[in-house]
Design a protein around this ligand. Structure first.
Ligand code: SAM
Length: 327
């Protein structure tokens, strides 16, 4: 095959595809858990805490009737959160066929594994695809513009190459209306690199997770390496086991600016929890979700190991430049 960019580029393209497949297969293969299995998970309180973080972000930035684009929507775990925010329309995209199938099932309310519930009030379109490889503006021309785009625990899968990181931001930018918001959560590169520097070798973790960097990214070489393609393997008990990529935040911020975004805020999850636990409505939400347990009711709470995993993540909010239409 003629390859004008040379074999190096060809090999990079191939390995990028292989890794994207690996990520897709990993998530596709994860089956739905029963409520009992979920409650018995060693990271159940972390899952609840992450749901609280996502709920707070959604409540802070969504208006009634909004059109929502959920990039890497997974099994549709956030559908109920969007329903509570009374959105008007939802498009979910994910690369994992199995997850999109589960998302369909959950949206249709046939076999919700947590509880039987009424149908969602908003219309939805669910698509299986690689959000970081293809241009979505044509695919979603009839659905755009969106008021809000959400990418939860997934944007780091776009940082395997510069082209993919750019495609991710180009897609969101093209599909959001002026003044629209891009909310998300992803690993906090500052924490991950700090932990790597403090580690004896290329691995660190605790009883519920480990991170292992490839030999080529031993911390000393970090300064000279490209900010894209910094790969590690992430293992989280009962949740994740796949290749991921570091997203150096200052590079992410300046790349986002190229695509017409301005930063509203970025916060490590610990800081996010401390800040929003000052607000009574979110304290009440935390109590209802049970993330921090309830000492009065003798419930268990987030373990120090789970709290350390929370520290590996951050939340971000970006706003697309421009004024919203008054109509
Ligand atoms: N956003 C969901 C949530 O918060 O429950 C799912 C998060 S899960 C940790 C990461 C998701 O990213 C998986 O569903 C995976 O299939 C999806 N993903 C990874 N790479 C992707 C890509 N290139 N395009 C679309 N989805 C992708």
């Amino acid at each position: 095959r003629h390859n004008p960019q040379g074999d190096g580029q060809f090999l990079e393209d191939e390995s990028t595809k292989i890794f994207a497949r690996k990520v897709a297969d990993h998530y596709s293969a994860r089956s739905n858990q029963t409520l009992e299995e979920r409650e018995a998970s060693p990271i159940i309180h972390l899952k609840k805490l992450n749901n609280w973080i996502k709920s707070v972000l959604i409540q802070l930035y969504t208006c009634r009737g909004d059109a929502v684009l959920d990039l890497a929507c997974g099994k549709g775990g956030d559908l109920i959160k969007w329903d509570k925010a009374k959105i008007g329309y939802y498009v979910g995209i994910d690369i994992a066929e199995g997850s999109i199938k589960d998302c369909h099932t959950r949206y249709n309310g046939d076999a919700d594994h947590h509880q039987r519930r009424k149908k969602f009030t908003f219309p939805a379109r669910l698509i299986c695809g690689d959000c970081y490889e293809v241009r979505l503006d044509k695919v979603l021309a009839d659905d755009a513009p969106f008021d809000i785009c959400s990418c939860q625990f997934a944007l780091h899968y776009s940082w395997s190459t510069e082209a993919r990181a750019r495609q991710a931001l180009a897609n969101v930018s093209a599909l959001l209306r002026p003044g629209g918001v891009f909310i998300g959560t992803m690993p906090d590169a500052n924490v991950i690199i700090k932990k790597l520097r403090e580690a004896e070798g290329l691995t660190f973790g605790n009883s519920v997770y480990w991170v292992r960097f490839d030999e080529e990214f031993s911390s000393k070489k970090f300064k000279s390496s490209s900010p894209f393609g910094i790969k590690y393997t992430f293992h989280l008990e009962d949740a994740v086991d796949c290749p991921e990529w570091v997203v150096p935040f200052h590079i992410f911020k300046s790349l986002a600016e190229e695509y017409d975004f301005e930063l509203v805020f970025a916060k490590n999850s610990h800081e996010f929890v401390h800040e929003y636990m000052k607000k009574p409505e979110f304290v009440e939400l935390m109590r209802r979700l049970g993330a921090l347990g309830d000492s009065n009711q003798d419930q268990s709470t987030l373990s120090p190991e789970e709290w350390e995993v929370a520290y590996l993540y951050m939340t971000f909010v970006l706003r697309k430049r421009g004024q919203p239409d008054k109509t």
